[in-house]
Write a protein that binds this ligand. Structure first.
Ligand code: NAI
Length: 257
């Protein structure tokens, strides 16, 4: 077997979900800056258009697609359209996400649970299944699923989110094993506390206290610090890493005291 140890994604095509904000936006920017064609997908709205416009203004190859990842029918349509637009699809980054805090005794628990599972877990497998015919034609097919340190440990009253994210790590391992013979790599990243839209309503003082007490690096991470690991997993040279779950958490999981 001939190895391709290129450290470039130039000319590759990546589809990023939830790319209008936070880590998804940073991922789109990092890939675009490296010369990849980027399918910027998110819920419809000005934030999505703005990310694509910013990338186009920098003469990057990027286009926006409105895609609600809980809309089963829309997934295949958008994935196929992305592949047709850019002449293929090499990588998928399943990143779109929502918070899903809910105490187990809450009357609305089932609603939150169902939404968490659909958006955070079911969408991943649906997008992967839609992307597979295209990934199978790529010379460096890559799938990166964004889970969370909540897949590895747990915060009280966060069980729908924790369960869905743990599901993402299981899905990642299972598909890595199933698709490995085809050279398709499937990996998960578990971000720790990252400054994004999702954590925007946490007061700065609380963030600082939490980061100081819990992370080795004593600070929240920037979305770009996660995006660069995602990019690394998508390099042609990253061809012998699959089925892993990588914390990108400033040492949160490593720290006991
Ligand atoms: P964010 O809120 O800044 O971005 C999430 C994006 O997902 C938004 O643009 C939102 O519109 C989009 N989204 C939500 N529901 C969607 C749907 N049904 N269809 C399409 N797009 C949808 O949050 P962040 O932090 O950048 O989140 C990215 C991923 O990272 C999520 O999966 C999240 O669970 C995960 N994560 C975040 C952490 C953090 O500290 N910020 C920690 C660990 C994991």
């Amino acid at each position: 077997m001939e190895l391709n140890l290129s450290r470039s994604v130039a000319g590759k095509t990546v589809l990023v979900t939830g790319a209008a904000s936070g880590m998804g936006r940073a991922t789109a920017q990092v890939f675009a800056a490296e010369g990849a064609n980027v399918a910027v997908t998110d819920l419809p709205g000005p934030a999505l258009e703005q990310v694509a416009a910013d990338l186009a203004a920098q003469r990057h190859s990027a286009k926006a697609w409105a895609l609600d990842v809980s809309d089963h029918a829309a997934i295949r349509q958008v994935v196929d359209d992305v592949a047709a637009t850019f002449g293929g699809l090499d990588a998928v980054v399943n990143n779109a996400g929502i918070s899903a805090f809910c105490p187990i005794d809450d009357a609305g628990y089932d609603l939150i649970w169902d939404r968490a599972v659909v958006v955070l877990l079911t969408a991943h497998q649906r997008i992967i299944r839609a992307a597979l015919p295209h990934l199978r034609r790529s010379t460096s097919p890559r799938i990166v699923n964004i889970a969370s340190t909540e897949a590895l440990g747990a915060t009280s009253r966060d069980s729908p989110y924790c369960a869905a994210k743990a599901g993402v790590t299981g899905l990642t391992r299972a598909l890595a094993v199933e698709l490995g013979r085809e050279g398709i790599t499937v990996n998960a990243i578990c971000p720790g506390p990252i400054d994004t839209g999702m954590t925007a309503n946490v007061p700065d003082a609380d963030k600082a206290t939490f980061a100081h007490r819990r992370t080795a690096l004593r600070r929240y991470g920037a979305p770009e610090e996660v995006a660069h690991i995602t990019l690394s997993l998508c390099l042609p040279a990253s061809s012998y890493i699959t089925g892993v779950t990588i914390p990108v958490d400033g040492g949160l999981m490593a720290r006991n005291a």
